[in-house]
Every structure is written in structure tokens, then in C-alpha cells.
Design a protein around this ligand. Structure first.
Ligand SMILES: Nc1ncnc2c1ncn2[C@@H]1O[C@H](COP(=O)(O)OP(=O)(O)OP(=O)(O)O)[C@@H](O)[C@H]1O
Ligand SMILES: [Mg+2]
Length: 279
């Protein structure tokens, strides 16, 4: 069943003359994890905002077409209605922390208090979110005494506690070191195993290849390709779109190493090792 349906979406920011999103149509099924890639300014963040309704409700501007997330049409729903179905986590965890709470636990509780969730249910939801993100051992820590990776996981836990059906992550690890980044990706992977639908805008192609089942390549607000990581990363023209494929794909391309019968190059370390060992 499709969790997201986009039909001929066009969008232009009020201060701009050109379309930031130019006639996008696609569907995302329940439980998919979609990577959105493309050069700076390709439209990745704008598309993320279109899923949660900030485009067009907050940014205004010219909007055409239709976006339906979890059965709600974005244009006809408020941002707060949408927030119960689709959660978003931004680049910098600092921007997402309230700054007024003394513990991780209170921070994660904040959104639920606002929704007026009954106390018993609130406790269950917070425990679940902290446990899923591997944050229960930090529950009594001050939010600003966390590492970047922990803080981002706390931000994700706060969103997960609201029980969205879709999680949108806009470059969630770009501020993090490799370890913090890996912590976040493992946590997101666990969420997906729990059935969450995930949309991820990201510049780290190795991570996209490892964790996403489909990749959307954007350029100039248009969809250039939307297919498996192997298919997208095997394109010979990626540099034209400002994308450098995973290092494993580049090595295998250089050596012309493909799995027998496959038209595509390996995209992960494991696949590359398997193909190269077999030679
Ligand atoms: N608030 C805004 N007002 C006007 N134009 C904007 C605004 N935000 C983005 N844009 C423009 O919309 C286009 C798409 O930008 P967007 O931020 O979605 O790209 P992106 O793919 O997320 O880039 P990056 O990799 O740098 O995050 C760009 O031309 C950008 O300049
Ligand atoms: Mg962006």
C-alpha cells in the first residue's frame, strides 16, 4: 500500500523565479527507505518540507499538484495534523532541542505533553522511543551534555514518541563524526525493521547504498532517476548531477567487476568483496 503519493508536484518559493520542485510524480510504499540525492540546491530539502506541509503552509509560494501522506492530502491538512502522521528531523540537532528541559526524558516528553497524551501512555511511548534509539541509559542526562550522535538520536526519539507513520530525515548526520553518524543510521535501520517508512536526504552515498532500498536522484527540482541503489549508482553520468557514487562502486567500475548476470556494479563493501573475491 502506498504511504506517500505525489502527483505532478510543482513548487516555487515566493522570493524565487524558478521552480524548486518541477513536476514530480511518484509513490512510496509502506516500510520503504528512500534516499534522496543530488547536488546542493537540487530540491532535496524542499521535497522533505513538502511531505510535512511546511511547503506550502509555512513557506507559502506557488504550489501545484498533489501530495498525499498516510492518507492526508497535504494542501488540505494543517501542519499539526500532518505532524501526527509524518515526523521530520533536521540537519542540526541543536535546532531541534527545546533548550528548556533538564533531562533527555523530559525533552522526549515535551511533544507528548503538548498533545495532551494521558500519563500512562506517555510513559510507555517515551520508554519505547528511548529504547529503540538506544538512549535509555542517558534518560537522566542534560540534553546539552550529549555527544552529537546522542543528541540527534534524542531528537529522533522525540519525533518517534509522537508515533508517526513516516519519518523524514534531512541530512541528519552531516554535523556528526563517523561514529555519531553510524549510531544514527543503525537506529534508523531499527526503526525501519519496526515497519517505519523512512525518507532520507543525504550526501553520504555509502550510507544511502547500505540502508536505502530505493534512491531518488534530483536535479534542478526534477526527478532524474528513482530506482535501486545499484541501478542509480551504476549510471555513468552521475558527475553531471554532482553525485559521486560509493567508493566500492567506483573501484568495481574501474575494474569492470560486476556480479555475473547483473547489469549493475556493487554498491556496498560486502557486495564489492564478494564480486572481487570471485575473480
Ligand atoms: N527559503 C527559500 N526561499 C527561496 N528559495 C529557496 C529557499 N530554500 C531553498 N530555496 C531554493 O530552492 C532550490 C532548492 O533548494 P533546496 O534547499 O531544496 O536544495 P537541497 O537539495 O536541499 O540543497 P542542499 O544539498 O544544499 O541542502 C534552490 O534553488 C534554493 O536556492
Ligand atoms: Mg538541503
Amino acid at each position: 500500500m502506498s504511504k506517500i503519493r505525489v502527483e505532478h508536484l510543482k513548487y516555487r518559493y515566493p522570493s524565487s523565479e524558478k521552480l524548486a520542485l518541477d513536476d514530480l510524480s511518484f509513490e512510496v510504499d509502506e516500510g520503504e527507505m528512500i534516499g534522496i540525492i543530488g547536488r546542493n540546491g537540487a530540491g532535496k530539502s524542499t521535497l522533505c518540507q513538502a511531505f510535512v506541509g511546511l511547503v506550502p503552509h509555512f513557506y507559502r509560494g506557488a504550489y501545484g499538484g498533489k501530495v498525499v501522506v498516510s492518507g492526508l492530502e497535504v494542501l488540505k491538512s494543517s501542519v499539526s495534523q500532518l505532524a501526527r502522521r509524518v515526523g521530520i528531523v533536521f540537519q542540526n540537532p541543536f535546532t531541534q532541542v527545546t533548550g528548556s528541559k533538564w533531562t533527555v526524558y523530559e525533552e522526549v516528553a515535551f511533544g507528548l505533553e503538548n498533545l495532551g497524551v494521558p500519563r500512562k501512555e506517555m510513559i510507555d511511548r517515551i520508554d519505547y522511543a528511548l529504547q529503540l534509539l538506544g538512549m535509555e541509559k542517558y534518560r537522566d542526562r542534560h540534553p546539552f551534555d550529549l555527544s552529537g550522535g546522542q543528541m540527534q538520536r534524542m531528537a529522533i526519539a522525540s519525533v518517534i514518541a509522537l508515533q508517526p507513520e513516516i519519518l523524514v530525515l534531512d541530512e541528519p548526520t552531516s554535523q556528526l563524526d563517523p561514529q555519531g553518524s553510524e549510531e544514527v543510521f543503525r537506529a534508523v535501520h531499527r526503526l525501519r525493521e519496526e515497519g517505519m517508512t523512512v525518507i532520507l536526504a543525504e550526501h553520504n552515498m555509502e550510507k544511502i547504498a547500505r540502508y536505502c532500498n530505493r534512491v531518488m536522484l534530483l536535479d534542478g527540482g526534477k526527478i532524474i532517476d528513482f530506482a535501486s541503489p545499484a541501478s542509480v549508482f551504476s549510471r555513468a553520468d552521475l558527475t553531471r548531477y554532482g553525485v559521486v557514487p560509493p567508493v566500492y562502486t567506483r573501484v568495481c567500475r574501474e575494474l569492470n567487476a560486476k556480479r555475473e548476470g547483473s547489469p549493475h556494479f556493487p554498491v556496498t563493501l560486502e557486495e564489492a568483496c564478494e564480486v572481487l573475491k570471485g575473480r
